[in-house]
Design a protein around this ligand. Structure first.
Ligand code: NAD
Length: 247
């Protein structure tokens, strides 16, 4: 479904990002996975090369808080693979302190990665995509972007902002043939969920109408569809992939 396409996936070293990288490779895209450190990116690339020996894959690790570093890394990908067609803004962190205990520095940290880095990466990618005649930007939102959560207000605030970027940029960039969509995962079995108290995970899982937590591949499948030409008339959408969860 992605033959001839080039993708960058941030937070591509594990969890949802890694599953998305694998899905894109299986569908014949060339993929650059971005990690928070070059060492972890290289390690993930080495493991993927064993599984996908014919795949075109590279690892990058720009500081996502540094516009010049992001621009340079995206140019490096364009030079290595010839173009850039898909960006998946997936790197993200979570935090669940109550308001009274919330360290303002933690609030800023979440906004810096979950929102500011999405803006920064999108801007760098869109400049390349506009020049080459189009592309696809995909954002990892969250089910909590629809109704908040009872603690850790920074995380849902960041994902509401991701939805705002998605819908606004879809309207702004349509004329440049750049589609912008988001996937809003429910509770997905990754390190982020492993860090939650087991009691909370069980409580959430027991309320899921489809009777199970999501797997990273469930989200990767949604990204694959939205990245592909099958979604050529879809832009500005926030697609829930959550088994109809309401937390
Ligand atoms: P994860 O913790 O397994 O992966 C997070 C990724 O982000 C890692 O690759 C990590 O290296 C990267 N990252 C973290 N800090 C970074 C930084 N400062 N700079 C660059 N990269 C950094 O988490 P995950 O569950 O796979 O989450 C991926 C995305 O999915 C996040 O945006 C998250 O908010 C979202 N999400 C996850 C769930 C879930 O239940 N797991 C639900 C809804 C949304």
């Amino acid at each position: 479904m992605l033959k001839g396409k080039v993708a960058i996936v941030t937070g591509g070293t594990r969890g949802i990002g890694l599953a998305t990288v694998e899905k894109f490779l299986e569908n014949h895209a060339a993929v650059a996975l971005a990690g928070s450190r070059q060492e972890t990116a290289n390690k993930a690339v080495a493991q993927l090369r064993e599984r996908y020996p014919d795949a075109q894959i590279m690892g990058i690790a720009p500081d996502l808080s540094d516009t010049a570093a992001v621009e340079a890394a995206f140019q490096q990908v364009k030079e290595a693979f010839g173009h850039l067609d898909i960006l998946v803004n997936n790197a993200g962190i979570s935090q669940r302190d109550s308001l009274y205990n919330y360290d303002p520095a933690d609030f800023e940290k979440i906004i810096n990665l979950n929102v500011n880095a999405v803006f920064r990466c999108t801007q760098s990618a869109a400049k390349i995509m506009k020049e080459q005649g189009g592309g696809v930007i995909l954002n990892t939102s969250s089910m909590v972007s629809l109704y908040g959560q009872p603690a850790g207000c920074g995380y849902p605030a960041s994902k509401f902002a991701v939805n705002g970027l998605t819908k606004s940029l879809a309207r702004e960039l349509g004329k440049d043939n750049i589609r912008v969509n988001a996937v809003a995962p429910g509770v997905i079995r990754t390190d982020m969920v492993a860090a939650l108290p087991e009691e909370m995970v069980q409580r959430i899982a027991s309320t899921i109408p489809l009777g199970r937590m999501g797997e990273p591949e469930d989200i990767a499948n949604a990204f694959l569809f939205l990245a592909s030409d099958m979604a050529s008339y879809i832009t500005g959408a926030v697609l829930s992939v959550d088994g109809a969860t309401i937390s």
